[in-house]
Write a protein that binds this ligand. Structure first.
Ligand code: ZN
Length: 532
């Protein structure tokens, strides 16, 4: 990716020193070198010498600051220096400042995505365009019980070859369970296996994991007993970590699953977070107030429970999650799933490796084409894709009133649950969709409340100290956007269309996204859990 429209003052010192290096290392004089020295001299005249130049700073002038705390917006200018926010106030341009004219646009802290899968493919796409173009500057990965096999190795690799965004990670319960139990995971762990898992967990916590993540609706986490999860949660708590969970059920046994995470929070005392909160069953539609009352009651009793949520009525996962008993040939289960969880008209294959021609089609459409009923079609599709990860589905399964109520809860933050290139539009549009739909159109949230749910609140929920606000000395993770036009453009049909209205994004003081393009800079850092 080329460096697009980088301000001259930021580029000049690099040009200058590289020419000087060439001149120093070359023993010969030639016309090229002569030309180079003329250019270098010219650069010195125009931009000042590297020694005399003031420290490179950026002045973002005349913006409306929404600082992430939820406080009312205010007008000011911001100066960035050394990767941090150096000054906020009525600032004038100084020599060495790269000037960014704010023109009344909103400057907010970069968004913190507490449930992200944007790490997949980050090696090939270090610009993380789907994330930064919606204003995300920090991704929190290792979700749903799945993390890198060794966080220490993973973090070091990221530091050798940094991406555009900051990365923090949980340690996945499913990952350590797989290491210990291998393919023989469809059973409770033995005492010895649990001891091995605890040791692995402690190692990963020492490497800087934020805490433990579980995916209790997926293999192999689904086979863990409550006791196993609680035991590992205790180890996490004693290491100063926290717990985040794709809970055991988001539909049939939702209430029991909510009680399980509340219980973990109560018994360990550590913060616990429900990932991508939802009521994904027709019977529970409209019950968001009941769910929130249960969470508020727990909070009132001292349980530090919070949630994150993405702003869509449809989830993306595997067809197999519709069969928690793993009875994939049971017609009764298939019929129940299609009636109560994911009606066939809204159940769309986003990936189906055994037959790519089916991708993009709904179960209803495939059933009609095959002449089989939807339940049989569902079972046939699962049987036809035995390899893990070979199928993925988008299911319309939630009610818009519940989504709105969960977003409005004071203790929920926004997340994407998204991929860099995926079949669900959340990967490229979750945050901008909230700004469009729930702030500008429906006025469910004020702009200040919405930004708080994307910045300081998520930072607090996952334990990222010092990020998520515009404050002097804070890391300069920032997003500049137009609140009148900011919008998602990704849809189920075009899930990777980038957002509009986000004008510039800085990570640790460096511009990573401007005018619809990645700049090619990769200033992202690894954020390890702070030791208590
Ligand atoms: Zn999940």
């Amino acid at each position: 990716m080329p460096i697009a429209s980088a301000p001259i003052a930021e580029v000049a010192p690099r040009v200058d020193t590289s020419v000087m290096q060439v001149l120093r290392t070359s023993p010969k004089t030639s016309r090229a070198w002569a030309l180079a020295s003329v250019l270098a001299a010219l650069a010195l005249v125009i931009f000042g010498s590297a020694h005399a130049a003031p420290k490179a700073t950026t002045l973002i002038h005349g913006v409306t600051i929404v600082d992430g705390t939820g406080k009312a917006a205010y007008r000011a200018s911001v100066r960035l220096s050394g990767g941090r926010i150096a000054e906020i106030g009525l600032l004038r341009r100084k020599p060495g400042d790269t000037l960014v004219r704010g023109q009344g646009l909103v400057l907010a802290p970069g968004f913190i995505d507490t449930h992200s899968h944007h790490d997949r493919g980050l090696g090939e796409h270090p610009d993380a365009l789907a994330a930064v173009s919606q204003g995300i500057t920090t991704i929190v990965v290792g979700q749903d019980g799945s993390s890198a096999p060794s966080l220490d190795t993973y973090f070091r690799a990221l530091e050798r070859s940094p991406p555009a965004v900051n990365v923090a990670s949980y340690v996945g319960h499913g990952t350590i369970r797989s290491v210990v139990m291998g393919k023989d995971f469809a059973r409770p762990a033995t005492t010895a296996e649990l001891a091995s898992m605890k040791a692995l967990l402690a190692r990963e916590m020492a490497a800087g994991a934020l805490g433990l993540s579980t995916g209790l609706e997926y293999d192999p986490g689904i086979n863990a007993t409550k006791e196993e999860v609680l035991e590992l949660a205790r180890v996490t708590a004693s290491n100063g970590g926290r717990y985040i969970s794709h809970i055991r059920s988001e539909d049939r046994w939702l209430w029991e699953a909510v009680d399980e995470i509340i219980d973990i929070g109560r018994r360990t005392g550590m913060p616990v977070q429900i990932s991508h909160a939802k009521l994904a069953m027709v019977d529970w539609w409209g019950d968001a107030p009941k769910l929130l009352a249960r969470l508020d009651k727990a909070r009132a009793e001292g349980v530090r429970i919070t949630a994150d949520i993405y702003p869509y009525e449809y989830w993306q996962s595997t067809l197999t999650v519709l069969f928690p008993e793993r009875d994939f040939t049971n017609r009764v289960t298939a019929e129940f799933a299609l009636k109560s969880l994911a009606p066939p008209e809204g159940l769309r294959l986003s990936r189906y490796q055994p037959d790519k021609s089916l991708e993009g089609k709904t179960i209803a459409e495939i059933a009609r084409a095959r002449g089989t009923d939807p339940a049989q079609t569902l079972m046939d599709l699962i049987a036809g894709a035995p390899e893990p990860g070979s199928e993925s589905v988008i299911a319309t399964s939630m009610d818009s009133r519940d989504v709105a109520a969960l977003i409005a809860w004071p203790h929920s933050n926004i997340s994407s649950d998204g991929l860099l290139t995926g079949g669900h539009p959340r990967g490229a549009g979750a945050f901008t969709r909230v700004l469009r739909q729930y702030v500008r159109e429906q006025k469910l949230l004020t702009l200040e409340q919405a930004i708080h749910k994307m910045t300081e609140l998520p930072a607090t929920h996952v334990g990222l100290a010092g990020r998520g606000t515009i404050a002097r000395g804070a890391p300069a993770d920032l997003v500049l956007f137009d609140p009148r036009t900011v919008t998602d453009r990704s849809t189920v049909e075009r899930p990777n269309s980038l957002s509009a209205g986000v004008q510039r994004v800085w990570v640790n003081g460096e511009l990573v996204y401007a005018n619809g393009r990645a700049t090619g800079r990769r200033p992202g850092v690894v954020i390890r859990r702070e030791r208590p």
